[in-house]
Write a protein that binds this ligand. Structure first.
Ligand code: HEC
Length: 211
């Protein structure tokens, strides 16, 4: 069998396919089938609340009109909506949300992705993405301030020379000082990405601050 072409094709084609299916699909399913899927409310944490409150202080009027008070329930609502905006605007055409364990990706983007990170409502379906025109965003949270994101979504080129990322003026009511409900939700979502990891910038300071 090993000397015939058919034998090699069988092992190479079907054999390795079966092995990959077993190790990449069946094993994780069996390992994590008892892990409960978390809701958006359950994935709200101190880091994303810190950002959500920061947005309410920086853009008081816009925030008040969009979400009222920065409570945890409102934050979960913003995360759900932010994710919908992310999908609707096609951000995933240009950004991945998966750090692979190859090519030293972790040196550029942060911790390599782990299975259990994806066991929650906001990862249904996952936003792995298909291309990387821009950087991976799965550890984007806390890397930039909210004011930077506001200006960047209004006009990427104004903070990032020659950026091919489109302007998103419809996430604002006129000027960049007035992000609307969808704009605030999208920024909250982006600031949430990676907030479950201790590598989130100022993780301990934020934790201490909120006690
Ligand atoms: C046409 C491709 C394209 C699309 C569509 C796009 N981006 Fe980008 N994005 C980029 C590129 C390229 C960069 C790097 C240059 C820059 O900072 O603008 C970038 C940068 C970013 C950054 C800054 C990353 C960092 O910390 O340096 C964030 C956050 C971001 N994009 C979020 C989004 C979101 C959210 C959407 C959807 C509303 C989106 N992008 C749509 C290409 C794109």
């Amino acid at each position: 069998m090993f000397e015939s072409k058919a034998g090699i094709l069988w092992i190479g084609g079907i054999g390795f396919f079966a092995l990959a299916f077993l190790s990449n699909a069946l094993v994780p399913v069996l390992m994590y089938r008892d892990l409960p899927e978390q809701t958006a409310e359950e994935v709200v944490n101190a880091r994303v609340m810190y950002q959500f409150e920061d947005l309410s202080r920086r853009y008081p009027e816009a925030f008040q009109a969009a979400f009222g008070e920065p409570t945890e329930e409102k934050c979960a609502e913003a995360l759900r909506l932010g994710r919908q905006v992310y999908i609707g605007e096609g951000c995933w055409h240009c950004h991945s949300q998966f750090v692979r364990p190859v090519s030293n990706e972790s040196r550029r983007f942060g911790d390599v992705a782990k299975t259990e990170e994806f066991q929650n409502e906001l990862q249904r379906p996952v936003m792995f993405g298909t291309r990387r025109v821009g950087p991976d965003l799965s550890r984007e949270g806390g890397r930039r301030g909210n004011d930077w994101h506001v200006v960047h979504f209004f006009e990427p080129k104004s903070v990032s020379d020659g950026s091919p990322m489109p302007n998103y003026p419809w996430l604002f009511d006129g000027d960049p000082e007035k992000p609307n409900r969808r704009g605030i939700a999208l920024i909250t979502y982006v600031q949430w990405l990676g907030s479950w990891l201790p590598s989130y910038p100022y993780y301990e300071e934020i934790e201490a601050d909120r006690e």
